[in-house]
Design a protein. Structure first.
Length: 119
């Protein structure tokens, strides 16, 4: 009985640990600004910085001023063309004053720049 109770207690403790899910596949720094990317169909998509357990997007906390999105990014041994900006990618980035988007970006998804009052 003691063994079963101990096992049950361990399982309950593991379940109670906070779960933080990464919302992105990798990060890449270009001209001093770090962006986060997902790989989609062999290309890169700009995504939001992070997410909590409930998938609530957390705005980029490090972006200010003028942002230049690169046309390609490298992760490991792979180079990806940046072809899209994901849903909510720059949500609430109030410190941005301008964004330069490369011609390789052909898709800007829903609410990519929502609540960006500085743009």
């Amino acid at each position: 009985m003691k063994c079963k109770l101990t096992f049950f207690a361990v399982i309950m403790m593991v379940m109670a640990l906070p779960k933080v899910a990464s919302a992105y596949d990798f990060s890449y720094t270009y001209q001093g600004q770090t962006l986060y990317y997902d790989t989609v169909d062999g290309n890169a998509q700009v995504t939001y910085e992070n997410s909590d357990i409930y998938s609530i997007r957390v705005a980029y906390s490090n972006l200010t001023g003028n942002l230049v999105i690169p046309s390609t990014v490298t992760y490991g041994d792979n180079t990806y063309a940046v072809t899209s900006i994901g849903n909510d990618a720059f949500w609430n980035c109030n410190s941005l004053t301008s964004i330069t988007i490369p011609t390789t970006v052909t898709t800007i998804n829903y609410y990519a720049f929502a609540e960006c009052s500085g743009l």
